[in-house]
Design a protein around this ligand. Structure first.
Ligand code: COA
Length: 365
């Protein structure tokens, strides 16, 4: 019998396994993907290159990147059955529709349901990497009564996503901010959704099952769902004259202020300065500047009263709002990026697996 170790609630401070995928350095407030500093990657690489580095553990050659992007483009369309399923879910929250669509896609190829080899997992990843934006855009437009815009293989993944949602490609600054958000959201070690994916994978279940579970975990407002809650809170704050008073009333009601705090970073989230810079570049109209002013005031007020710093969701939420997305689309956009980190972890767990099965202390009757 192995020695029994009692872990703290929420597994705080517990190292459960090793990983070569990313390193969250809380002391230095830095994040590394496969040894590369993420702030640097966000200045120098496209999201496709970062996705390749994370999943295939190497910087792609020009030819490898061209092939990767060509495959991504060819996998973008979704079939009639998936479209019909999304139509049936037109009133659902987009995260619920996306989670169901991934599960549906996983059931469509029964011959691959139990195939967890690395080459098949990489192929399943690339299909989802290509199809998730199409699923989100299809549901987005259909729920508004708009016609679907088919994927365009002359466009990059990000350009194509905007085109499928809005029928146009935005300015360079919007595209850059979007790509940067994709890079920053791509991977973050053993967070709740990634750990969920690894737990499911550890039973030797398949990639679609693990991703479906991970989407369920990401949806929660304490995790990825926070980027939506940030925008709801900022909209409420915009109606109030005094940020300090608004914050005090929220804290008195024992409410969590969304987009603040982090289990690992206690001296600030390494990704915030990069995303905040892009949010500030995006805010050009009077309305957007008023939103930015409130966003900065609340961060200062929170620091003064609680000493708690923002996390990535705090600048990402308003950035997606300025880009023109509806609030319920924010967490699905997070999935467009995090599919990369999840897939890398699913492959890593599979290649060096032991079932994850902790104990519980019985305190019942
Ligand atoms: N608003 C108000 N108070 C907060 C807070 C927030 N966003 N985040 C942490 N705190 C307070 C807690 O109330 C607690 O205070 P207490 O000791 O007086 O009870 C203290 O800070 C420690 O927080 P705790 O909830 O124990 O931290 P955690 O590591 O368990 O949780 C989060 C981390 C991220 C879940 C938590 O900070 C949170 O709920 N944040 C808001 C949701 C969010 O932005 N999630 C995205 C994460 S990337």
């Amino acid at each position: 019998m192995a020695k029994i170790i009692k872990a703290p609630k929420g597994l705080e401070g517990v190292v459960v396994d090793t990983t070569r995928i990313s390193n969250v350095n809380a002391e230095l407030s830095k994040l590394f993907y496969r040894g590369h500093e993420v702030a640097k990657l966000s200045r120098e690489k496209s999201f496709d290159e970062v996705a390749y580095i994370l999943v295939y553990d190497t910087i792609p050659s020009e030819e490898e990147l061209t092939n990767f992007c060509a495959n991504e483009k060819s996998y973008r369309p979704i079939d009639k059955a998936t479209q019909e399923m999304l139509i049936a879910l037109k009133d659902a929250h987009p995260m619920d529709a996306l989670r169901t669509a991934i599960s549906f896609l996983g059931a469509k190829k029964p011959e691959r349901s139990f195939d967890i080899s690395t080459s098949v997992n990489q192929d399943k990843f690339l299909h989802l990497y290509a199809q998730i934006p199409t699923i989100i855009a299809f549901h987005y437009r259909f729920s508004k009564g708009l016609d679907f815009i088919a994927p365009d293989d002359k466009l990059t993944r990000s350009e194509n996503f905007f085109n499928m949602c809005f029928g146009s490609i935005p300015s360079e600054s919007v595209l850059t901010a979007f790509e940067v958000s994709m890079i920053l959201y791509a991977e973050h070690s053993f967070n709740a959704s990634t750990f969920s994916a690894r737990v499911i994978t550890s039973t030797t279940s398949d990639l679609h099952s693990a991703v479906t579970g991970a989407i369920g975990a990401l949806k929660g407002p304490l995790h990825g769902g926070a980027n939506e809650q940030v925008m709801y809170a900022l909209n409420e704050l915009l109606k109030s004259n005094n940020t300090d008073v608004w914050l005090k009333s929220q804290l008195e009601k024992k409410r969590k202020i969304m987009g603040f705090g982090h289990r690992v970073y206690k001296n600030g989230d390494s990704r915030v300065p990069t995303m905040q810079k892009h949010l500030e570049l995006l805010a050009t109209t009077d309305e957007q500047k008023a939103l930015l002013k409130k966003q900065k005031e609340l961060a200062q007020s929170m620091l003064n009263s609680k000493g708690i710093l923002p996390n990535l969701d705090y600048p990402a939420g308003p950035a997606y709002h300025i880009m023109g997305f509806d609030i319920p689309t924010f967490t699905p956009i997070f999935v467009m990026s995090r599919i990369v980190g999840w897939s890398a972890h699913i492959i890593e767990q599979t290649e060096n697996n032991r079932i994850i099965r902790p104990l519980s202390e019985y305190i019942g009757k």
